[in-house]
Design a protein around this ligand. Structure first.
Ligand code: 5GP
Length: 202
């Protein structure tokens, strides 16, 4: 594979989607994988933009057809990454970013040991609690269940190459940008950008 594969995971409330969106706005050469999901679209979400929204039957037939690079059940819905799309992007030399959960990240790591895993964390459990409380419309037990689920997800941080603390959004974005930049500086990657120079050297 010549492009870099970034796997970004986080518990809800860590600000992953915002961070990734900001990174992609700057780094046009990083292509975001659009996952398939069986969950219903949320208000404002569009089929083919946030997700490819499919039925459970269609999802199952895609599993049977070996169409997923990875898939997992998260919070009662199925989510999966298209094997063909990823393969085509990487083969064309594009960098690809997957926004998936830790279970999917484990599967991707087995298939692509060179994948770069990034886990985004809130600065503290108290802050996460504040973020999950949000508009204050949810019952306390619902919030506590979400917090416990988030903590269980966060225990997988050690399986990732990098941990970003999203306290100040600007700082977290700089950290994410630094990971993307440095991953492009290995001699093998530089060779792709500077073939004339590196053909003499490697
Ligand atoms: P949401 O429904 O809030 O968009 O996403 C719920 C969780 O599913 C998030 O942790 C998100 O990263 C994860 N997710 C989204 N797409 C995929 C996917 O293709 N595979 C896996 N394993 N998880 C995914």
């Amino acid at each position: 594979m010549s492009g870099n594969l970034y796997v970004v995971a986080a518990p809800s409330g860590a600000g992953k989607t915002t961070l990734v969106r900001m990174l992609l706005a700057e780094e046009g050469s990083v292509h975001l994988s659009i996952s398939f999901t069986t969950r219903a679209p949320r208000p404002g979400e569009q089929d083919g933009r946030e997700y490819h929204f499919v039925s459970v039957d269609r999802f199952r037939s895609m599993i049977a057809g070996d169409e997923f690079l990875e898939w997992a059940e998260v919070h009662g819905n199925f989510y999966g990454t298209s094997k063909k799309w990823i393969g085509d992007q990487l083969a064309a030399g594009h960098d690809v970013l997957l926004e998936i959960d830790w279970q999917g990240a484990q599967q991707v790591r087995k298939l692509f040991p060179a994948a770069i895993g990034v886990f985004i964390l809130p600065p503290s459990m108290d802050e996460l609690s504040r973020r999950l409380t949000g508009r204050g419309t949810d019952a306390q037990d619902v919030i506590e269940r979400r917090l416990a689920a988030a903590e269980a997800e966060m225990r997988h941080v050690g399986e990732f190459d990098y941990a970003i603390i999203n306290d100040q959004l600007d700082q977290a974005l700089q950290d994410l940008r630094a990971i993307v930049r440095s991953s492009r500086l290995s001699p093998g990657k530089q060779r792709l950008q500077h073939p004339a120079l590196f053909s003499r050297l490697l």
